[in-house]
Design a protein around this ligand. Sequence first.
Ligand code: NAD
Ligand code: MG
Length: 392
Amino acid sequence: MTQRLTVLGSTGSIGTNTLDVVARHPDSYEIFALSAATQVDMLLAQCARFNPRYAVMASSAHAAQLADKIKAQGLKTEVLQQPDALQAIAAHPEVDAVMGAIVGAAGLAPCLAAARAGKRLLLANKEALVVGGAVFMRAVREGGATLLPIDSEHSAIFQSLPEDPATWAQRVDHVLLTASGGPFRTRDPATLSDVTAGEACAHPNFSMGRKISVDSATMMNKALEVIEARWLFDLTPAQIKVVIHPQQIIHSMVQFNDASIIAQLGTPDMRVPIACGLAWPERIASGAAPLDFTQLAALTFEEADARRFPGLHLSWQALAAAPGTTAVLNAANEVAVAAFLGGRIRFDQIHALNLAMLERVQPDQPDSVDALLALDARTRAVAGEYVQALQH
Ligand code: NAD
Ligand code: MG
């Protein structure tokens, strides 16, 4: 049966990789709706190629531009302009599956709408889970949604765990998230204050969006993934460990109570976890090159150096603190990364800002999405002032 798919953030790195996999299986997947922030021409080209019923842009000005171009090309796609259009295409009764590939907390509301509507939710947008935490997981349960991780580490853990989640607590000792170490793994930590946005975005193995690229360079990406794993697999923070593995062949592992470890391996290509999420529990072609063990020089592992990657440990700190603290950490980091990419703060000030926000912003027991989004906004305001103060 054909699955009807909404792709939230279809013009990004995960979005375009998703459409690449979908295009390989025209009989199995149909694109119902696509969305983007500002890339009008790219979304137009995707509409021409995949002929979705709906397209959504983040601002009405961009939506109007897209609507004009769609009309001029004689396409049938309707451009939705209402403020909650993303939620509408995520929860539409005719949609089977939703790919959450928006970057940042902006993806929380539409992903939650998909969860509440009981969709098959393919979640790449880790920030949604870091902000949403228990509230997000409750929506998944109550909505009867199927949550499938797309982040490669979490897909690896998901594939390594037994199929019945009811058995995880008794059988699993801990999970081990692998990390590439990013572009500054071997750089002298004393020189990290001088790095440019271009250097931070030059990831050794992947071409990704700019935000996650900076997060990989600080290892805040791994910090967010620790929090993501806590919610996806209902683990205690102590059950989540991180090891650097620069080749990115082992995508993560699960160690069981008998000390046996199950890992998931493959070439580093996001189309693999995307194909896995699309077809689960079936398996479909992803387009990724198969792994050739005879061509691998070595698989190496090392500990993450806390001096080089001080942000990594903020995840365990935030998980141990009051509920909502992970939302504070995420908002702080989004402001810090944007300020770094905009040339307003130095690379090493990203961590200083994140740490300062954990000290300054006290969460007030947020138990709803609105409360979480208010906490997100409050943190962004304080973080914005902090950035301004740094510039003077
Ligand atoms: P990207 O920047 O390449 O793409 C982001 C997409 O979201 C674009 O389509 C953009 O138009 C849209 N978008 C951005 N801001 C928006 C807003 N405010 N409202 C609506 N739409 C908006 O990012 P990416 O690298 O594809 O990452 C997407 C998500 O997937 C992130 O949460 C990231 O952490 C996660 N992820 C990415 C990778 C990867 O390899 N790129 C791997 C694992 C997880
Ligand atoms: Mg990842």
